[in-house]
Write a protein that binds this ligand. Sequence first.
Ligand code: PMP
Length: 452
Amino acid sequence: MALTEQAAAAATVVTQGSRGSAAAAEGILGRQAQRESAARTYARSLPIVPVRARGLTIEGADGRRYLDCLSGAGTLALGHNHPVVLEAIRGVLDSGAPLHVLDLATPVKDAFTSELFANLPAGLAADARIQFCGPAGTDAVEAALKLVRTATGRSGLLAFTGAYHGMTAGALDASGGAPEVRVTRLPYPQDYRCPFGVGGAEGARLAARWTESLLDDPKSGVPSPAAMIVEPVQGEGGVIPSPDAWLRRMREITAARGIPLIADEVQTGVGRTGAFWGVDHAGVVPDVMVLSKAIGGSLPLAVIVYRAELDVWAPGAHAGTFRGNQLAMAAGTATLAYVRENGLAERAATLGDRMLAALRGLIPAHPCVGDVRGRGLMIGVELIDPDTGAAAPGLAAAVRRECLDRGLIVELGGRHSSVVRLLPPLTVTDEQATAVLDRLADAIPAAGRRPH
Ligand code: PMP
Protein backbone atom coordinates (compact mmCIF):
# COMPACT_ATOMS: atom_id res chain seq x y z
CA MET A 1 0.00 0.00 0.00
CA ALA A 2 1.31 3.48 -0.79
CA LEU A 3 1.97 5.75 2.16
CA THR A 4 -0.99 8.01 1.38
CA GLU A 5 -3.31 5.00 1.22
CA GLN A 6 -1.95 3.77 4.56
CA ALA A 7 -2.64 7.15 6.12
CA ALA A 8 -6.18 7.11 4.72
CA ALA A 9 -6.77 3.59 6.07
CA ALA A 10 -5.54 4.62 9.52
CA ALA A 11 -7.81 7.70 9.49
CA THR A 12 -10.76 5.47 8.60
CA VAL A 13 -10.10 3.30 11.65
CA VAL A 14 -10.12 6.38 13.88
CA THR A 15 -13.33 7.80 12.48
CA GLN A 16 -15.17 4.46 12.30
CA GLY A 17 -14.11 3.44 15.81
CA SER A 18 -15.78 0.19 16.73
CA ARG A 19 -16.67 -0.40 13.10
CA GLY A 20 -12.96 -0.33 12.24
CA SER A 21 -11.88 -3.80 11.30
CA ALA A 22 -9.46 -6.24 12.85
CA ALA A 23 -7.60 -6.23 9.53
CA ALA A 24 -7.02 -2.48 9.67
CA ALA A 25 -5.74 -2.84 13.23
CA GLU A 26 -3.37 -5.58 12.10
CA GLY A 27 -2.10 -3.28 9.38
CA ILE A 28 -1.35 -0.50 11.85
CA LEU A 29 0.39 -2.88 14.25
CA GLY A 30 2.44 -4.35 11.40
CA ARG A 31 3.59 -0.92 10.26
CA GLN A 32 4.44 0.04 13.81
CA ALA A 33 6.60 -3.04 14.24
CA GLN A 34 8.38 -2.22 10.99
CA ARG A 35 8.94 1.47 11.58
CA GLU A 36 9.28 2.12 15.29
CA SER A 37 12.37 1.72 17.42
CA ALA A 38 13.37 -1.57 18.97
CA ALA A 39 13.14 0.31 22.29
CA ARG A 40 9.33 0.46 22.11
CA THR A 41 7.92 -1.03 25.26
CA TYR A 42 4.20 -1.21 26.04
CA ALA A 43 3.51 -1.63 22.34
CA ARG A 44 5.17 -5.03 22.42
CA SER A 45 3.17 -6.54 25.26
CA LEU A 46 -0.12 -4.79 24.44
CA PRO A 47 -0.72 -5.30 20.73
CA ILE A 48 -3.87 -3.21 20.60
CA VAL A 49 -4.79 -0.08 18.65
CA PRO A 50 -6.80 2.21 20.94
CA VAL A 51 -9.26 4.43 19.11
CA ARG A 52 -11.68 5.48 21.84
CA ALA A 53 -11.57 5.59 25.63
CA ARG A 54 -13.66 6.68 28.59
CA GLY A 55 -12.92 6.19 32.27
CA LEU A 56 -11.49 2.74 32.83
CA THR A 57 -12.37 1.51 29.35
CA ILE A 58 -10.36 1.53 26.15
CA GLU A 59 -11.77 0.41 22.83
CA GLY A 60 -9.47 -1.05 20.20
CA ALA A 61 -9.69 -0.53 16.45
CA ASP A 62 -10.90 -4.12 16.19
CA GLY A 63 -13.93 -3.24 18.33
CA ARG A 64 -12.69 -5.05 21.46
CA ARG A 65 -13.02 -3.31 24.82
CA TYR A 66 -10.51 -3.46 27.66
CA LEU A 67 -10.44 -2.42 31.30
CA ASP A 68 -7.32 -0.27 31.49
CA CYS A 69 -5.43 -0.76 34.76
CA LEU A 70 -2.25 0.68 33.29
CA SER A 71 -3.81 4.18 33.09
CA GLY A 72 -0.97 5.72 31.10
CA ALA A 73 1.55 4.31 33.60
CA GLY A 74 -0.39 5.84 36.48
CA THR A 75 -1.09 9.17 34.81
CA LEU A 76 -4.86 9.04 34.51
CA ALA A 77 -6.14 9.81 38.01
CA LEU A 78 -9.64 10.38 36.56
CA GLY A 79 -9.40 7.74 33.85
CA HIS A 80 -9.58 8.45 30.15
CA ASN A 81 -11.35 11.56 28.88
CA HIS A 82 -13.06 12.55 32.11
CA PRO A 83 -15.73 15.21 31.39
CA VAL A 84 -14.12 17.82 33.68
CA VAL A 85 -10.79 17.35 31.92
CA LEU A 86 -12.32 17.61 28.45
CA GLU A 87 -14.28 20.68 29.49
CA ALA A 88 -11.12 22.36 30.81
CA ILE A 89 -9.22 21.64 27.60
CA ARG A 90 -12.10 22.86 25.45
CA GLY A 91 -12.35 25.97 27.60
CA VAL A 92 -8.79 26.96 26.75
CA LEU A 93 -9.18 26.09 23.07
CA ASP A 94 -12.38 28.08 22.74
CA SER A 95 -11.00 31.09 24.62
CA GLY A 96 -8.44 31.94 21.97
CA ALA A 97 -5.63 31.81 24.54
CA PRO A 98 -2.16 31.14 23.15
CA LEU A 99 -1.14 27.51 23.44
CA HIS A 100 2.58 28.15 23.49
CA VAL A 101 3.90 30.75 25.90
CA LEU A 102 7.33 29.54 27.09
CA ASP A 103 7.31 30.36 30.82
CA LEU A 104 5.22 33.54 30.64
CA ALA A 105 2.47 34.23 33.16
CA THR A 106 -1.06 33.36 32.04
CA PRO A 107 -4.39 33.08 33.86
CA VAL A 108 -4.34 29.34 33.09
CA LYS A 109 -0.94 28.90 34.71
CA ASP A 110 -1.91 31.09 37.65
CA ALA A 111 -4.97 28.92 38.31
CA PHE A 112 -2.86 25.75 38.09
CA THR A 113 -0.25 27.05 40.53
CA SER A 114 -2.93 28.22 42.97
CA GLU A 115 -4.71 24.85 42.89
CA LEU A 116 -1.44 22.94 43.26
CA PHE A 117 -0.26 25.09 46.17
CA ALA A 118 -3.64 24.64 47.88
CA ASN A 119 -3.04 20.91 47.85
CA LEU A 120 0.63 20.79 48.88
CA PRO A 121 1.62 19.57 52.35
CA ALA A 122 0.99 22.63 54.52
CA GLY A 123 4.58 22.79 55.75
CA LEU A 124 5.83 23.20 52.19
CA ALA A 125 3.01 25.33 50.77
CA ALA A 126 3.68 28.05 53.32
CA ASP A 127 6.86 29.13 51.56
CA ALA A 128 7.21 27.18 48.33
CA ARG A 129 8.58 27.96 44.90
CA ILE A 130 7.61 26.19 41.71
CA GLN A 131 9.73 25.52 38.65
CA PHE A 132 7.95 24.46 35.48
CA CYS A 133 10.24 21.96 33.79
CA GLY A 134 10.30 20.19 30.48
CA PRO A 135 7.19 18.05 30.18
CA ALA A 136 8.27 14.64 31.52
CA GLY A 137 8.82 13.29 35.00
CA THR A 138 12.44 12.68 34.21
CA ASP A 139 12.88 16.39 33.32
CA ALA A 140 11.63 17.32 36.77
CA VAL A 141 14.02 14.85 38.40
CA GLU A 142 16.90 16.49 36.48
CA ALA A 143 15.71 19.91 37.62
CA ALA A 144 15.52 18.76 41.24
CA LEU A 145 19.03 17.32 41.15
CA LYS A 146 20.41 20.46 39.57
CA LEU A 147 18.62 22.65 42.11
CA VAL A 148 20.00 20.85 45.16
CA ARG A 149 23.50 20.73 43.68
CA THR A 150 23.41 24.48 43.13
CA ALA A 151 21.95 25.15 46.55
CA THR A 152 24.35 22.92 48.52
CA GLY A 153 27.46 23.18 46.37
CA ARG A 154 27.73 19.40 46.70
CA SER A 155 27.31 16.82 43.97
CA GLY A 156 26.75 13.36 45.48
CA LEU A 157 23.31 11.83 45.78
CA LEU A 158 21.68 9.31 48.09
CA ALA A 159 19.26 7.02 46.28
CA PHE A 160 17.69 3.65 47.04
CA THR A 161 17.82 0.10 45.83
CA GLY A 162 14.96 -0.55 43.40
CA ALA A 163 14.49 3.15 42.66
CA TYR A 164 13.10 4.45 39.37
CA HIS A 165 13.35 8.12 38.55
CA GLY A 166 13.36 8.28 34.76
CA MET A 167 15.41 7.75 31.66
CA THR A 168 17.56 10.86 31.24
CA ALA A 169 21.16 10.66 32.39
CA GLY A 170 20.88 12.14 35.90
CA ALA A 171 17.64 10.34 36.63
CA LEU A 172 19.19 7.10 35.38
CA ASP A 173 22.10 7.63 37.75
CA ALA A 174 19.62 7.88 40.58
CA SER A 175 17.85 4.75 39.34
CA GLY A 176 20.94 2.54 39.19
CA GLY A 177 23.36 1.51 36.51
CA ALA A 178 26.73 3.16 35.98
CA PRO A 179 26.41 6.60 37.48
CA GLU A 180 28.38 9.55 36.24
CA VAL A 181 27.81 11.42 39.44
CA ARG A 182 28.48 9.75 42.70
CA VAL A 183 25.34 8.00 43.84
CA THR A 184 25.30 6.12 47.10
CA ARG A 185 22.79 3.31 47.01
CA LEU A 186 20.94 2.76 50.25
CA PRO A 187 18.62 -0.11 51.21
CA TYR A 188 14.92 0.55 50.65
CA PRO A 189 13.01 -1.45 53.26
CA GLN A 190 10.85 -4.26 52.02
CA ASP A 191 9.11 -7.08 53.84
CA TYR A 192 8.96 -9.73 51.16
CA ARG A 193 12.59 -9.70 50.07
CA CYS A 194 14.12 -7.86 53.01
CA PRO A 195 17.84 -7.30 52.38
CA PHE A 196 18.46 -8.06 56.06
CA GLY A 197 16.32 -11.18 56.03
CA VAL A 198 13.99 -10.01 58.81
CA GLY A 199 11.36 -7.75 57.21
CA GLY A 200 8.82 -5.74 59.17
CA ALA A 201 9.70 -2.92 61.53
CA GLU A 202 13.04 -4.51 62.37
CA GLY A 203 14.08 -4.65 58.69
CA ALA A 204 13.16 -0.99 58.28
CA ARG A 205 15.05 -0.09 61.45
CA LEU A 206 18.18 -1.83 60.17
CA ALA A 207 17.86 -0.08 56.79
CA ALA A 208 17.72 3.29 58.54
CA ARG A 209 20.62 2.33 60.79
CA TRP A 210 22.76 1.50 57.73
CA THR A 211 21.95 4.90 56.21
CA GLU A 212 22.88 6.69 59.38
CA SER A 213 26.13 4.85 59.85
CA LEU A 214 27.22 5.52 56.24
CA LEU A 215 26.62 9.23 56.71
CA ASP A 216 28.36 9.45 60.05
CA ASP A 217 31.33 7.15 59.48
CA PRO A 218 34.14 9.40 58.19
CA LYS A 219 35.66 6.36 56.48
CA SER A 220 32.46 5.13 54.83
CA GLY A 221 33.58 6.59 51.51
CA VAL A 222 30.36 8.61 51.24
CA PRO A 223 31.02 12.33 50.94
CA SER A 224 28.35 14.70 52.17
CA PRO A 225 25.66 14.52 49.47
CA ALA A 226 23.59 17.18 47.73
CA ALA A 227 20.34 15.35 48.51
CA MET A 228 18.48 12.14 49.21
CA ILE A 229 15.85 11.17 46.62
CA VAL A 230 13.09 8.77 47.59
CA GLU A 231 9.80 7.41 46.22
CA PRO A 232 7.20 7.15 49.03
CA VAL A 233 6.01 3.96 47.31
CA GLN A 234 8.35 2.41 44.77
CA GLY A 235 6.33 1.82 41.63
CA GLU A 236 8.57 0.44 38.92
CA GLY A 237 10.66 -1.21 41.65
CA GLY A 238 7.76 -3.58 42.32
CA VAL A 239 5.10 -1.66 44.26
CA ILE A 240 6.86 -1.37 47.58
CA PRO A 241 5.34 1.04 50.09
CA SER A 242 7.87 2.57 52.46
CA PRO A 243 6.96 2.16 56.14
CA ASP A 244 5.82 5.50 57.59
CA ALA A 245 8.22 5.29 60.54
CA TRP A 246 11.14 4.67 58.17
CA LEU A 247 10.24 7.63 55.97
CA ARG A 248 10.01 9.84 59.06
CA ARG A 249 13.43 8.55 60.09
CA MET A 250 14.82 9.48 56.64
CA ARG A 251 13.41 12.96 57.19
CA GLU A 252 15.06 13.21 60.61
CA ILE A 253 18.39 11.86 59.37
CA THR A 254 18.56 14.24 56.40
CA ALA A 255 17.31 17.26 58.36
CA ALA A 256 19.87 16.71 61.12
CA ARG A 257 22.68 16.69 58.55
CA GLY A 258 21.51 19.54 56.31
CA ILE A 259 20.75 17.20 53.41
CA PRO A 260 17.73 18.23 51.29
CA LEU A 261 15.12 15.48 50.98
CA ILE A 262 13.59 15.09 47.51
CA ALA A 263 10.31 13.18 47.33
CA ASP A 264 9.74 11.78 43.85
CA GLU A 265 5.93 11.84 43.74
CA VAL A 266 5.71 11.44 39.98
CA GLN A 267 3.73 8.23 40.38
CA THR A 268 2.44 8.47 43.96
CA GLY A 269 0.99 11.98 43.74
CA VAL A 270 -2.62 13.20 43.43
CA GLY A 271 -4.40 10.63 45.57
CA ARG A 272 -2.93 7.49 44.04
CA THR A 273 -1.74 5.95 47.34
CA GLY A 274 -4.80 6.86 49.40
CA ALA A 275 -3.51 10.25 50.56
CA PHE A 276 -3.11 13.32 48.37
CA TRP A 277 0.68 12.82 48.39
CA GLY A 278 2.60 9.69 49.29
CA VAL A 279 4.53 11.59 51.98
CA ASP A 280 1.28 12.59 53.71
CA HIS A 281 0.87 9.10 55.21
CA ALA A 282 4.01 9.65 57.26
CA GLY A 283 3.38 13.36 57.82
CA VAL A 284 6.75 14.07 56.21
CA VAL A 285 7.45 17.45 54.62
CA PRO A 286 10.18 17.10 52.00
CA ASP A 287 12.40 19.97 50.83
CA VAL A 288 11.67 19.26 47.17
CA MET A 289 8.75 17.46 45.52
CA VAL A 290 9.02 16.14 41.99
CA LEU A 291 5.63 16.02 40.27
CA SER A 292 4.41 14.87 36.88
CA LYS A 293 1.98 12.26 35.46
CA ALA A 294 -1.41 12.97 37.10
CA ILE A 295 -0.78 16.69 37.63
CA GLY A 296 -1.21 17.24 33.88
CA GLY A 297 -4.61 15.55 33.82
CA SER A 298 -3.41 13.16 31.02
CA LEU A 299 -1.30 15.75 29.16
CA PRO A 300 2.46 16.28 29.59
CA LEU A 301 3.36 18.49 32.54
CA ALA A 302 6.13 18.35 35.13
CA VAL A 303 7.14 20.64 37.95
CA ILE A 304 9.27 20.75 41.03
CA VAL A 305 8.08 22.53 44.16
CA TYR A 306 10.60 23.31 46.84
CA ARG A 307 11.39 25.33 49.91
CA ALA A 308 12.07 28.96 48.98
CA GLU A 309 15.48 28.97 50.64
CA LEU A 310 16.75 26.50 48.00
CA ASP A 311 15.84 28.96 45.26
CA VAL A 312 19.34 30.20 44.56
CA TRP A 313 19.15 29.68 40.81
CA ALA A 314 20.25 32.45 38.47
CA PRO A 315 17.70 33.51 35.83
CA GLY A 316 17.71 30.93 33.06
CA ALA A 317 19.62 28.41 35.18
CA HIS A 318 17.15 25.78 34.14
CA ALA A 319 15.32 26.57 30.92
CA GLY A 320 13.39 24.65 28.26
CA THR A 321 11.08 25.51 25.37
CA PHE A 322 8.15 23.37 26.45
CA ARG A 323 7.39 24.62 29.95
CA GLY A 324 4.12 26.34 29.23
CA ASN A 325 1.67 23.68 28.08
CA GLN A 326 -1.60 25.54 28.65
CA LEU A 327 -3.84 22.60 27.84
CA ALA A 328 -1.98 20.41 30.34
CA MET A 329 -2.20 23.09 33.01
CA ALA A 330 -5.94 23.45 32.50
CA ALA A 331 -6.44 19.67 32.49
CA GLY A 332 -4.21 19.43 35.58
CA THR A 333 -6.10 22.13 37.47
CA ALA A 334 -9.38 20.36 36.76
CA THR A 335 -7.93 17.03 37.89
CA LEU A 336 -6.41 18.33 41.12
CA ALA A 337 -9.64 20.12 42.01
CA TYR A 338 -11.79 17.09 41.21
CA VAL A 339 -9.63 14.76 43.31
CA ARG A 340 -9.77 17.22 46.22
CA GLU A 341 -13.48 18.04 45.99
CA ASN A 342 -14.57 14.44 45.61
CA GLY A 343 -12.33 12.91 48.27
CA LEU A 344 -10.76 10.59 45.73
CA ALA A 345 -7.66 9.99 47.86
CA GLU A 346 -9.88 8.58 50.62
CA ARG A 347 -11.76 6.59 48.02
CA ALA A 348 -8.44 5.15 46.74
CA ALA A 349 -7.55 4.15 50.32
CA THR A 350 -10.84 2.32 50.92
CA LEU A 351 -11.08 0.64 47.56
CA GLY A 352 -7.35 -0.18 47.58
CA ASP A 353 -7.74 -1.97 50.93
CA ARG A 354 -10.65 -3.98 49.54
CA MET A 355 -8.74 -4.94 46.40
CA LEU A 356 -5.63 -5.89 48.38
CA ALA A 357 -7.71 -8.07 50.71
CA ALA A 358 -9.38 -9.80 47.75
CA LEU A 359 -6.04 -10.42 46.05
CA ARG A 360 -4.48 -11.74 49.26
CA GLY A 361 -7.34 -14.22 49.30
CA LEU A 362 -5.78 -15.78 46.17
CA ILE A 363 -2.56 -16.76 47.96
CA PRO A 364 -3.70 -20.00 49.68
CA ALA A 365 -5.08 -21.56 46.49
CA HIS A 366 -2.32 -20.25 44.21
CA PRO A 367 1.18 -20.95 45.51
CA CYS A 368 2.61 -19.01 42.54
CA VAL A 369 1.27 -15.80 44.13
CA GLY A 370 4.18 -14.98 46.40
CA ASP A 371 3.10 -11.61 47.71
CA VAL A 372 0.33 -9.03 47.34
CA ARG A 373 1.18 -5.50 48.39
CA GLY A 374 0.48 -1.88 47.73
CA ARG A 375 -1.04 1.30 49.03
CA GLY A 376 -4.28 2.84 47.81
CA LEU A 377 -4.74 2.12 44.12
CA MET A 378 -1.10 1.26 43.54
CA ILE A 379 -1.22 -2.52 43.76
CA GLY A 380 1.25 -5.30 42.98
CA VAL A 381 1.02 -9.09 42.82
CA GLU A 382 4.41 -10.80 42.84
CA LEU A 383 4.55 -14.10 41.00
CA ILE A 384 7.04 -16.74 42.01
CA ASP A 385 8.18 -20.26 41.32
CA PRO A 386 6.41 -22.06 44.21
CA ASP A 387 9.24 -24.61 44.50
CA THR A 388 12.10 -22.14 44.89
CA GLY A 389 10.40 -18.88 45.81
CA ALA A 390 12.34 -17.23 42.98
CA ALA A 391 10.75 -14.42 40.98
CA ALA A 392 8.82 -15.77 37.96
CA PRO A 393 8.99 -13.21 35.12
CA GLY A 394 7.85 -15.75 32.51
CA LEU A 395 4.73 -16.52 34.51
CA ALA A 396 4.08 -12.82 35.10
CA ALA A 397 4.28 -12.16 31.35
CA ALA A 398 1.88 -15.07 30.77
CA VAL A 399 -0.55 -13.58 33.31
CA ARG A 400 -0.39 -10.26 31.48
CA ARG A 401 -1.23 -12.06 28.20
CA GLU A 402 -4.10 -13.99 29.80
CA CYS A 403 -5.40 -10.72 31.27
CA LEU A 404 -5.34 -9.10 27.83
CA ASP A 405 -7.25 -12.07 26.39
CA ARG A 406 -9.87 -11.41 29.09
CA GLY A 407 -10.05 -7.71 28.28
CA LEU A 408 -7.86 -6.45 31.11
CA ILE A 409 -4.74 -4.33 30.65
CA VAL A 410 -2.11 -4.68 33.38
CA GLU A 411 1.56 -3.79 33.53
CA LEU A 412 4.57 -5.61 34.95
CA GLY A 413 7.15 -4.13 37.28
CA GLY A 414 9.62 -5.11 39.93
CA ARG A 415 13.29 -5.98 39.94
CA HIS A 416 12.69 -9.06 37.80
CA SER A 417 9.52 -7.93 35.99
CA SER A 418 7.64 -10.50 38.02
CA VAL A 419 5.12 -8.15 39.66
CA VAL A 420 1.73 -7.67 38.01
CA ARG A 421 0.79 -4.06 38.60
CA LEU A 422 -2.65 -2.47 38.88
CA LEU A 423 -2.97 1.33 38.64
CA PRO A 424 -6.69 1.86 37.99
CA PRO A 425 -8.10 5.39 37.86
CA LEU A 426 -9.24 6.77 41.22
CA THR A 427 -12.73 7.00 39.74
CA VAL A 428 -13.09 3.23 39.28
CA THR A 429 -16.44 1.97 40.59
CA ASP A 430 -16.94 -0.99 42.95
CA GLU A 431 -18.42 -3.02 40.11
CA GLN A 432 -15.49 -2.25 37.82
CA ALA A 433 -13.03 -3.15 40.58
CA THR A 434 -14.79 -6.47 41.00
CA ALA A 435 -14.58 -7.11 37.25
CA VAL A 436 -10.84 -6.33 37.33
CA LEU A 437 -10.31 -8.72 40.26
CA ASP A 438 -12.37 -11.49 38.62
CA ARG A 439 -10.42 -11.25 35.37
CA LEU A 440 -7.07 -11.28 37.16
CA ALA A 441 -8.12 -14.17 39.39
CA ASP A 442 -9.10 -16.09 36.28
CA ALA A 443 -5.91 -15.21 34.38
CA ILE A 444 -3.47 -16.42 37.06
CA PRO A 445 -4.39 -20.15 37.00
CA ALA A 446 -4.86 -19.98 33.20
CA ALA A 447 -1.30 -18.69 32.84
CA GLY A 448 -0.04 -21.47 35.11
CA ARG A 449 -1.64 -24.10 32.82
CA ARG A 450 0.16 -22.78 29.73
CA PRO A 451 3.83 -23.28 28.98
CA HIS A 452 5.65 -20.00 29.52
N1 PMP B 1 9.80 9.00 38.78
C1 PMP B 1 8.94 8.00 39.03
C2 PMP B 1 8.69 7.61 40.46
C3 PMP B 1 8.30 7.35 37.99
O1 PMP B 1 7.46 6.34 38.26
C4 PMP B 1 8.55 7.76 36.66
C5 PMP B 1 7.87 7.09 35.48
N2 PMP B 1 7.36 5.85 35.67
C6 PMP B 1 9.45 8.82 36.44
C7 PMP B 1 10.05 9.42 37.52
C8 PMP B 1 9.78 9.28 35.06
O2 PMP B 1 8.70 9.91 34.48
P1 PMP B 1 8.64 10.07 32.88
O3 PMP B 1 8.46 8.70 32.32
O4 PMP B 1 7.48 10.97 32.63
O5 PMP B 1 9.94 10.68 32.46
